[in-house]
Write a protein that binds this ligand. Structure first.
Ligand SMILES: [Zn+2]
Length: 382
């Protein structure tokens, strides 16, 4: 079998991959809906079983847990960790107004790109090994988590534990536009600022009060002033509020800021600066909570080298693979931060993740499956 034969093989499997994708999309799985997640988890586990994988459900006290599918390879080799998630940002009932549908070259539906297509592609790859009675270069651990879209609170430990034992991590999140892989991702932080002032009658004795909202105005400017776009650091206060009535000097105010960084050094700078915020008004108090939930995925020499090998392999398939970065985080941030070489964006091509027009390019499914299969067959870590 030549590498280019994988493309032909998967083109013949296009409809089967699309059918799997439809089945996944038609199982709604909002991150916050344990009952629906459990149904999707069982559907996925059964599908992995039919593909020839050995499946474990890593249930935990907090929810439906992760699905770990194991596909055997040479025992002496460290496993390849394939990472996905089966939760989506879409709430229960979304399918009624956004049903799975194929229109021309594109397939639409909630979670179709992010990242149920990645799951269908990954399963197709595993099945290809079984159908050809071939072994991958190393055992495959395909971990599919249940809470990526809410920051992976119950999955982070599992991901890190498996990543430490793996040769590298391949993340089947959506590709960049044009099919590029993601070799750098920003770290994502969320901080909540609470301000306490002192209430007073706004007309009778305003001088007796301390306006928490006035303090907040200063704090918002200070927060956004920490941005350093040239270094990839952005801050945006996306939520804020305060006060109790228009004729009362507000005693309370709050804001939530989204912070994104490209390097650990910047994450530390931002964290320190936010915790060092001091009130400018006498009598006001500031409390800070939160932090960086995901470390940045920095493009280390090991990641660059792994990408270069992947690019050369893609070339043998006749595919021109590019790389890039993104402001969004994924579970690949965790594996990369441990020093595990990580390639992200191995899922489908498409657009509109988290948006009403979310879709995948149907023709990309078979080529992405061919690429993932070839990587699992040939890719060696740097
Ligand atoms: Zn995703």
């Amino acid at each position: 079998m030549q590498p280019s034969d994988w493309r032909t093989y998967f083109r013949g499997r296009s409809q089967a991959i699309l059918d799997d994708l439809r089945g996944f999309v038609e199982h709604e799985s909002p991150s916050v809906d344990a009952a629906l997640l459990a149904i999707m988890r069982d559907h996925l586990a059964a599908r992995f079983g039919r593909a020839g994988a050995e499946v474990s459900l890593l249930e935990n006290a907090h929810g439906p847990g992760q699905v770990l599918a194991h596909f055997p390879g040479p025992r002496e080799e460290r496993p390849a960790l394939v990472l996905g998630h089966y939760d989506t940002v879409w709430e229960r009932g979304t399918l009624a107004r956004m049903p799975f549908r194929v229109e021309g070259a594109r397939a639409f539906g909630p979670g179709v790109l992010d990242m149920k297509a990645g799951l269908a592609i990954g399963i197709a790859a595993i099945e290809a090994f079984r159908d050809h009675d071939r072994a991958p270069r190393r055992p495959i651990w395909f971990l599919v988590t249940c809470d990526e879209e809410v920051g992976s609170p119950s999955s982070r430990n599992v991901i890190e534990d498996l990543a430490r034992q793996s040769a590298y991590a391949l993340v089947v999140e959506p590709a960049l536009a044009g099919g590029g892989l993601k070799t750098a991702r920003k770290g994502v932080g969320k901080f909540r600022i609470e301000i306490e002032g002192k209430a007073a009658h706004a007309g009778v004795e305003p001088g007796q009060g301390t306006s928490a909202l006035k303090e907040l105005a200063t704090v918002i400017l200070a927060l956004e002033g920490l941005a350093a776009p040239g270094r990839g650091t952005t801050l945006s206060v996306g939520l804020a509020g305060g006060g109790t009535a228009v004729n009362v000097v507000p005693a309370n105010a709050w804001a939530v800021v989204d912070a994104r960084v490209s390097s650990r050094a910047e994450a530390e700078r931002i964290e320190q600066a936010i915790h060092a915020l001091r009130p400018s008004l006498a009598g006001a108090r500031i409390r800070v909570s939160g932090g960086f939930n995901r470390p940045p995925m920095e493009r280390t020499p090991a990641i660059a080298a792994l990408f270069e090998r992947a690019r050369a392999l893609a070339h043998t398939l006749g595919l021109a693979l590019t790389e890039g970065s993104t402001g969004g985080g994924s579970d690949g941030n965790f594996t990369a931060a441990l020093g595990v070489p990580t390639l992200d964006g191995l899922g489908a091509e498409g657009a509109g993740a988290h948006a009403e027009n979310e879709h995948v390019i149907v023709d990309s499914l078979s080529d992405r499956a061919a690429l993932l299969t070839l990587l699992l067959e040939e890719l060696v870590p740097p």
